[in-house]
Structure formats: C-alpha cells, structure tokens
Design a protein around this ligand. Structure first.
Ligand SMILES: [Zn+2]
Length: 104
C-alpha cells in the first residue's frame, strides 16, 4: 500500500501507483511512503478470490456440490474480505504515520 505525504501540509493520504504524486491540498510534490502488504492484505485477496470464484460458479450455474453452504461461503468470504481490507488499511496508515514521524 502506498501513501502520499506532503511535508508542507503534514497530510498523509493513501494513493495508488497510477495516481500523480501530488498533494491534494496544495498541489505540491509529496513523498511516497510504501507499506508492504501484511497478512490482512493477503487474507483479503485470498477471500476476494474465493468470493469471486463462488459468485462466478453461481452465475454459470455450476454445481459445486455444496448446497446452501455455498451461499454462506459466498457472502461470508466477501464480508470477511471487506473486514480484512479495513484492518489492512488501518494497519498501513499506522505504519505510514510512524514512518513519517521517524523521517521528520
Ligand atoms: Zn500539500
């Protein structure tokens, strides 16, 4: 996960690789803080993949032999993926803030 830190505004914003490295507030150049993906992020991707697979099987009417369990798994994995995404973001923000604190 990447963050954009503006030393002028003291503003820390999550950013994506395709976004321009500019501060949203003042338009100045910001420093990129990278936080490596952690277990939460890996779990999020894994659960999203499971959820997407189950949804795909459902759309194609492919019988996985799970009965009603597939519905619980489908929603369960997608909801858990969201929970892990939130945990990952919260953790990454904390680390980015610590990194910024160290640098300054
Ligand atoms: Zn700024």
């Amino acid at each position: 996960m990447k963050f954009c830190y503006c030393p002028d505004c003291k503003d820390l914003q999550p950013t994506a690789w395709y976004r321009r490295k500019e501060c949203k507030l003042c338009g100045g150049k910001c420093r990129i803080i990278s936080v490596p993906l952690y277990y939460y992020g890996a779990a999020m991707y894994a659960l999203s993949a499971v959820g997407a697979f189950l949804v795909g099987a459902e759309i194609l009417r492919y019988d996985l032999g799970l009965g009603d369990l597939r519905l619980y798994l489908m929603f369960g994995s997608l909801i858990l993926a969201m929970v892990f995404a939130a945990l990952e973001t919260a953790r990454a923000v904390e680390i980015a803030q610590k990194k910024v604190g160290k640098v300054l």
